[in-house]
Ligand binder design. Structure first.
Ligand code: BV8
Ligand code: ZN
Length: 262
């Protein structure tokens, strides 16, 4: 992995991270982009491109056409299974090791943080690997992959619940649905008591998740943003690291701990 020059912003971020005691890492779709998992901003590809992700990720869409929405999530689940954590995910896990008590909060429904060794990330928007009944909410087994990977755009009828036969739905939070109260509470608490929040790969447009970095800044924590693009979070960030997560995060960890040891 080509290392990037330790420029001024990276030096500032390293100084902040090196002296932080209570750290929160907050991630969005950009964290998994270099693992080949498309971000929400990225237009859907293939036969899905005629759909708008935000429209598909709603209870209304599932009620109207369960097979279409289930097919989309099955397609995404297989894409995530094929993906691998990237050096950015590994750097986040390294920060959690170096700064005990670091809280990792993610908007992502993939399991790449876990596969990178991060202990129990807080999933604000659920997971692709926790299907449940849309009627009685009974957890359902993950579909067996013997059926193979659904081609993109293919509609796949969801399995029926073993208890009430209602269609099984993905264990994610759809637009218009409340976030899991305990996850949101943990996130707000961590943001309210941290002294540094590192936000990575999020456009900061989806609420209430986008509140989390703002709560931290409002209560005096330093905010470091990693994003190749500008976002509404630029204004609250003490340091903006304009680059890709899989390049910038390993360089940041190096600058704090490896450089220090060097
Ligand atoms: C609710 C799971 C009410 C499903 C998701 C206040 C103001 C305005 C609107 C609202 C508001 N409050 C509520 C709303 C409505 C809505 C909302 O926020 N709408 C927005 C779009 C305007 N919020 C809701 O509906 C929420 N629920 O409000 O319920 C309620 C309350 C009580 C009781 C009943 C009901 C629920 C929102 C959650 C929806 N579910 N995901 C699924 O995945 O299918 S949201 C989903 O989209 C993701 O989880 C994520 O949160 C969001 C995408 O955002 P990002 O992760 O930031 O990704 P994005 O693609 O946008 O950007 C990628 C970024 O990465 C970019 O900046 C890019 O530059 C950068 N990047 C790219 N490559 C890299 C990179 N960075 C680093 N490295 C790289 N290599
Ligand atoms: Zn049921």
């Amino acid at each position: 992995m080509d290392s990037i020059p330790v420029d001024q912003p990276l030096r500032e971020a390293a100084a902040l991270l090196g002296q932080a005691r209570r750290v929160v890492v907050f991630t969005g779709a950009g964290m998994s982009a270099e693992s080949g998992v498309p971000t929400f901003r990225d237009a859907l590809t293939g036969l899905w491109q005629r759909y708008d992700a935000q429209a598909l990720a709603t209870p209304e869409a599932f009620r109207a056409d369960p097979a279409l929405v289930w097919g989309w999530y099955e397609w995404r689940r297989h894409a995530v299974r094929r993906a691998r954590p990237n050096p950015g995910h590994l750097a986040v896990a390294a920060i959690q090791t170096r700064v005990p008590g670091t809280v990792l909060i993610t908007q992502n429904v993939d399991d790449l943080h876990e596969r990178a060794g991060s202990p129990d990330p807080v999933h604000l928007h659920g997971s692709l690997f926790a299907p449940r009944c849309s009627g009685c909410a009974r957890p359902a087994p993950s579909p067996d992959d013997a059926a193979g990977e659904p081609a993109d755009g293919r509609r796949v009828p969801p399995p029926g619940c073993a208890r009430c036969a209602a269609p099984v739905r993905p264990g994610v939070v759809w637009f218009g649905e409340a976030l899991p109260p305990e996850a949101l509470e943990t996130a707000v608490e961590a943001a309210s008591s941290c002294d540094l929040l590192l936000t990575v790969g999020t456009s900061g447009l989806v609420y209430p998740a986008a509140e989390i970095p703002q709560v931290a800044a409002r209560l005096g924590a330093a905010v470091i943003q990693v994003n190749p693009e500008q976002t509404p979070l630029d204004g609250i960030a003490e340091v903006n690291l304009r680059g890709a997560a899989a390049v910038v995060l390993p360089a940041l960890v190096d600058a704090v701990w490896v450089g220090a040891a060097g």
